[in-house]
Write a protein that binds this ligand. Structure first.
Ligand code: EPZ
Length: 430
């Protein structure tokens, strides 16, 4: 397993931190459902601007197992997916696959909608929570699917899905995406209510409509779908990653740097930008991106994670590091996942003063971080450890960085030109 070593330092005067320009890559959480949606198209779908992430490669592997021909050229950041042979395949996402990446469950809707059957391993819990898929299944049942749970798998069947009205009990990104994809090929009209409004849900609706679907309302709390008989493969560019952009914005802020985040999707980042500005960080929309300038003093902030357009849970671990650098006490409440504070013990080992009580963390700053060896536990937690390492005196070693590689492309190679002293060691560390 790889590890990353950072030779950090407590921030100096403004302008002495990370400086320069960094290109924001395609969004992992847009690419993964869109890769699944390619199953719906007759003919080849070509995706561009893909991020070079293990999760994207893992999804390509699942599509191949399902019978797709998948031609990935990750140097060119493109993939061509032809699902022509899938109907003759297993229509199954096996345990080994789903265990590796729970986003594999998002093949359910497309397989069921187009081929009338899907067999998917139930995703176990994961580090950040139980993350059941009950809402996915309830929504697909509402469209007429027969659902059977046995031996750790869910089997879904339907001769032809029938459009329906369905209201989610809970806002779920994946659930909204699965049911929206299935309903695209159902017979008749569907009205989905209490849906997720994330930009990646909106982007999937744009993608499906380009394929020939008839979807409206994505981005609001209700989506209407007029089912069609067939969809076509298309060419599509993946939108930039708002979470990656937010993560690097915090790197610039805490090091008192000045970084231009090229292609940052500012329109999808209002909650994060507003919170950065509240903390005293200068954020300027310029040159088709976001310029972030770290201040002399950082003000404490209160954060509550919410479904979009609220503050994203995927930025919670990262903004906790900004809060640790603030003059005073900040409060962060995590309302989406039940166990998403695993970065706290590791940040405290780096010198933070964070106390967790239930789903609320109190962070007392300012912190003088000091480097040590820390263990990554999940994707965004590992990003927060790298951020803290940048401003920690001495050496910080982050182990199990495979978590990081799931959602951040070559983070060390992209931070180094900005002035970070950061190196990856292959195969080393626990
Ligand atoms: C997506 O996960 C993202 N992943 C997550 O990003 C993100 O944190 C999450 O949305 C919330 O924004 C991808 O898009 C691949 P949910 P998803 O269904 O769809 C509960 C990252 O770091 N729930 O919106 O799995 C669930 O347990 C990852 O990039 C049910 O109870 O999230 C959770 O508490 C982490 N029943 C809450 O809803 C269900 O049927 C939100 O989950 C479905 C979900």
């Amino acid at each position: 397993m790889d590890k990353i070593e950072i030779s950090g330092k407590h921030p100096g005067p403004p302008g002495t931190g990370l400086c320069g320009k960094l290109t924001i890559r395609g969004a992992k959480n847009a690419a993964l459902p869109i890769q699944c949606a390619a199953l719906l198209g007759q003919g080849t779908t070509r995706l561009r601007h893909l991020p070079r992430l293990t999760d994207v490669s893992t999804m390509n592997g699942l599509l191949r197992e399902l019978g797709c021909s998948v031609a990935a050229d990750m140097d060119a950041r493109t993939v061509e997916i032809d699902p022509d042979q899938v109907g003759a395949g297993t229509l199954e996402a096996p345990y080994e696959q789903v265990k590796t990446m729970r986003a594999s469950v998002t093949v359910m809707g497309p397989l069921l909608g187009r081929f009338g059957r899907a067999r998917v391993s139930l995703p176990g819990g994961c580090a950040i929570g139980a993350r059941p898929i009950d809402q996915h299944l309830k929504g697909l049942e509402a469209l007429g699917a027969e659902v059977e749970l046995a031996h750790g798998y869910v089997e879904l069947r339907a001769k032809r899905l029938i459009g329906a009205r369905f209201s989610f009990d809970k806002v779920t990104v994946g659930g909204t995406q699965n049911v929206m994809m299935a309903a695209s090929l159902a017979k008749g009209h569907s009205l989905l209510e209490n849906v997720a409004r994330e930009p990646e849900v909106q982007e999937l609706a744009v993608f499906l409509n380009k394929m020939g679907a008839r979807i409206s309302g994505a981005g609001t709390d209700a989506i209407e779908i007029e089912g069609v008989d067939a969809l076509n493969g298309i060419d599509h560019a993946i939108l930039p990653d708002r979470i990656e952009a937010g993560t690097f914005a915090i790197a610039a802020a805490i090091t008192r740097g000045d970084v231009l985040l090229e292609h940052a999707p500012v329109d999808h980042m209002h909650a994060v930008i507003d919170k950065l500005v509240e903390a005293g960080v200068e954020c300027r929309v310029e040159d088709g991106g976001l310029r972030v300038i770290g201040p002399e003093r950082i003000r404490p902030i209160d954060v509550v994670t919410r479904p979009h357009p609220g503050f994203p849970t995927d930025m919670q671990a990262q903004i906790m590091v900004l809060a640790a650098m603030a003059d005073g006490a900040s409060v962060i409440r995590e309302t989406i996942f039940e166990n998403r504070f695993m970065h706290v013990p590791e940040l405290n080992r780096l010198g933070a003063d964070i106390v967790v009580n239930g789903n609320t963390a109190v962070i007392r700053g300012p912190t003088r971080f000091s480097g040590t060896t820390v263990m990554a536990t999940d994707l965004r937690a590992s990003a927060s450890l790298v951020l803290a390492g940048l401003v920690a005196d001495g050496q910080t070693e982050v182990r199990r960085v495979y978590h990081l590689d799931r959602g951040y492309e070559a983070i060390e190679a992209r931070l180094r030109p900005l002035g970070a002293e950061i190196t990856r060691y292959h195969g080393a560390g626990a």
